[in-house]
Design a protein around this ligand. Structure first.
Ligand code: CA
Length: 233
């Protein structure tokens, strides 16, 4: 049974009218309130005016592209973003995840999967609250993770993470030193099972490392990741 965050408002950004309307109709049919935009500037304007809870965002758009839209809206207010990309365009996918998209779907996609991913991203808000009750403060050498306030410090300096980066770190910090598979991390943090999320996990680990120090997250090749338990040497 699909889970709808009751009353959730979704901004659908897509310049192809048929796809935009099909996505909009399907999401409305699933109980969401939907607002639409058809180009880059229109997307930023609608985002500001309607304050959506989630954005479904096509990459190729008139005006400026979906990556630029994502940069601008994430700078204004963090919000879950599901990017729509051309099939197998890995460069597009990595750029999208690098500018703050939480997940992506490649075209053509099934409407059913889109609705499921939207539901999973919206449920992450609840999951974040759940993670917060499981770990309060984790001290890992000079890395400190406070799940209640969702704040992180490295050697007494506060580090600012995106909501997704924080959830990923909190998940790793709940089991320090334990290797978590990319599939498990994706299921836990994104709330959606499946091997399709491995690139999404890799990209967010990369961003997390850049902020807290590469040596703190150990890669177990072909398996997954573990948070180092000691401080920086
Ligand atoms: Ca397009």
């Amino acid at each position: 049974m699909p889970v709808n965050a009751a009353g959730a408002r979704i901004l659908v950004v897509e310049d192809e009218p048929v796809i935009n309307q099909a996505v909009t109709d399907r999401l409305r049919g699933s109980g969401y309130e939907v607002v639409q935009a058809w180009d880059g500037p229109g997307a930023v304007e609608q985002f500001t005016e309607t304050a959506p809870d989630l954005v479904v965002l096509d990459v190729m758009l008139p005006g400026f592209d979906g990556h630029e839209v994502c940069r601008r809206i994430q700078a204004a207010r963090p919000v879950p973003v599901l990017m729509l990309t051309a099939r197998d365009d890995e460069a597009d996918i990595l750029v999208g995840l690098g500018v703050g998209a939480d997940d992506y779907l490649t075209k053509p996609f099934r409407m059913r999967e889109l609705v499921a991913r939207v539901g999973a991203l919206l449920r992450r808000v609840e999951r974040a609250a759940e993670l917060a009750t499981r770990t309060t403060t984790a001290d890992l050498g000079d890395l400190r993770v406070d799940s209640a306030s969702r704040r992180v410090w490295v050697a007494d300096t506060e580090v600012h993470l995106t909501p997704t980066e924080f959830d990923l770190l909190a998940c790793l910090a709940a089991s320090p030193g334990v290797v978590l598979t990319r599939e498990n991390l994706y299921a836990e943090v994104w709330g959606w099972p499946g091997a399709s999320g491995t690139r999404t996990v890799d990209s967010h680990v990369k961003a997390l490392r850049a902020k807290i120090g590469a040596e703190r997250v150990r890669t177990v090749h072909g398996v997954g990741y573990a948070l180092e338990t000691g401080g920086a040497a």
